[in-house]
Design a protein around this ligand. Structure first.
Ligand code: NAD
Ligand code: MG
Length: 402
């Protein structure tokens, strides 16, 4: 028996019904959001776009809404409300604004699937609301599970709210697990590209500028996750995300550097057999898989050609230089509110680096110091997580003089 209801799902949410699935796209103007709309546009008979949300990019939100004609849009920045409302009211789209509207809209019944593509801690509340609302969650916002994975997964089971990963590594593992619900996992192997500074040492890293750190060799992503990939925090967050998504013990999670990003991750079973999911690094594939699950929808995205990338290599991560991975491993093992503290400190550190306030290596110092400082709570409540997040942010912001 699988551990989570979606692992037992034999109903086909896409093809068992002729009615298009109604999608709520939270974070539609981001990298994931824009690629999700590319996918949704390919299958108008299978999906309709019901809700779009964005924090501040009003022009893009308006043009997306004029094209996809959702029922509802939410603009986070209240100063932009009037402009968005004036642009979209004539076509009958309802417009809301402000942080609380995200949760309110997530609690409505007018959609079937939430694609959670907001970045950072801000994604937690609306995603929790959608879970309590019993919706299917296509989860890109890994921070939701990093911060409060235990509570989120308990609620997901309680409200029969399937969580299908969008993060490419977790989608890979999920795909390897389909049909294997009776076979325990021995371990999972998360692959990491190593980012733009693979093999570099502190004397180089101390001088890197944000322009350089924002150039990821294989993936084109939002700024925060691109910096997280360069510091290896992204892989740290992903270890914790995987721990909750697949109900694993920390020692069952291994990270390996695989610079070509063709193998998106692997599962090793108890007989020693390893399954891998492969493909070109293209986020549209895991987005489409999560939306279409359990059906694979036909597309014409570029295919991986073994003759073009014929060497796949693997190496150990350098956790001495990229301290974030060691810090995240500590957070993974100790649990409690430590991942939440780490995440908050990291969000501040990345923000400060992107504004040239601190150097590349300082980001890891900020995370480490904050993890040492904020009191550890072994069994936090949801309120404890919110309090720890604020405490950690305040402390880290002080460190970087924000
Ligand atoms: P992004 O920065 O490109 O987009 C973020 C989206 O969230 C935007 O639509 C923005 O308007 C919205 N947003 C930002 N702050 C907000 C706030 N305070 N309140 C409400 N909305 C807010 O980010 P992204 O790269 O698309 O990543 C989104 C999430 O998906 C992240 O959690 C990231 O870790 C995860 N993810 C991204 C990729 C990728 O390829 N980009 C891959 C795997 C996982
Ligand atoms: Mg990933």
């Amino acid at each position: 028996m699988g551990k989570y209801p979606w692992q037992e799902m034999n109903a086909d949410p896409v093809s068992s019904s002729d009615i298009p699935k109604r999608v709520a796209l939270f974070g539609s103007t981001g990298s994931i959001g824009r690629q999700a709309l590319e996918v949704l546009e390919l299958f108008p008979e299978k999906f309709s776009v019901e809700i779009l949300t964005a924090q501040s990019n009003d022009d893009l939100l308006i043009s997306q809404a004029l094209k996809f004609r959702p029922n509802i849009v939410v603009i986070g920045d209240e100063k932009k409300y009037n402009k968005v409302k004036e642009a979209l009211t004539p076509q009958g789209t309802k417009v809301f604004c402000g942080e609380n509207s995200l949760e309110e809209v997530a609690g409505l019944d007018c959609y079937d699937i939430m694609l959670a593509a907001i970045v950072g801690f801000a994604g937690l509340k609306p995603t929790l609301k959608a879970i309590e609302n019993g919706k299917l969650i296509a989860l890109a916002n890994k921070e939701t599970l990093v911060v409060a994975g235990d509570l989120v997964m308990k609620k997901a089971v309680q409200h029969f709210s399937p969580i299908i990963p969008v993060d490419s590594e977790h989608s890979a593992i999920f795909q390897c697990l389909v049909g294997e619900s009776r076979n325990p996992i021995e371990k999972i192997i998360l692959t990491a590209s190593g980012g733009p500074f693979l093999g570099k040492k502190p004397n180089f890293l101390i001088n890197v500028k944000k322009e350089h750190a924002l150039q990821h060799p294989n993936w084109n992503m939002g700024a925060k996750i691109t910096i997280d990939s360069a510091t290896l925090m992204n892989k740290g967050l992903e270890m914790i995300e995987a721990r909750w998504l697949f109900n694993l013990k920390p020692e069952q999670i291994q990270v390996i550097i695989h610079p070509q990003s063709i193998i998106h991750s692997m599962v090793q079973f108890e007989d020693g057999s390893i399954k891998a999911q492969m493909g070109l690094p293209d986020m549209r594939l895991p987005i489409q898989y999560a939306l279409g699950f359990p059906k694979r929808l036909k597309n014409d995205f570029p295919r991986y050609d073994f003759k073009k990338v014929s060497t796949l290599t693997f190496e150990e991560p350098d956790t001495k230089t990229f301290r974030n991975l060691a810090l995240a491993t500590e957070a993974l093992y100790r649990g409690g509110n430590l991942p939440c503290i780490m995440n908050a400190a990291n969000e501040i550190a990345v923000f400060a680096f992107l504004r040239n306030r601190i150097n590349f290596l300082d980001m890891m110092v900020v995370v480490e110091k904050t993890m040492e400082k904020i009191p550890f709570i072994p069994h936090p409540t949801l309120d404890d997580y919110f309090d720890s997040d604020i405490e950690a942010r305040t402390f880290a912001a002080d460190l970087v003089h924000l």
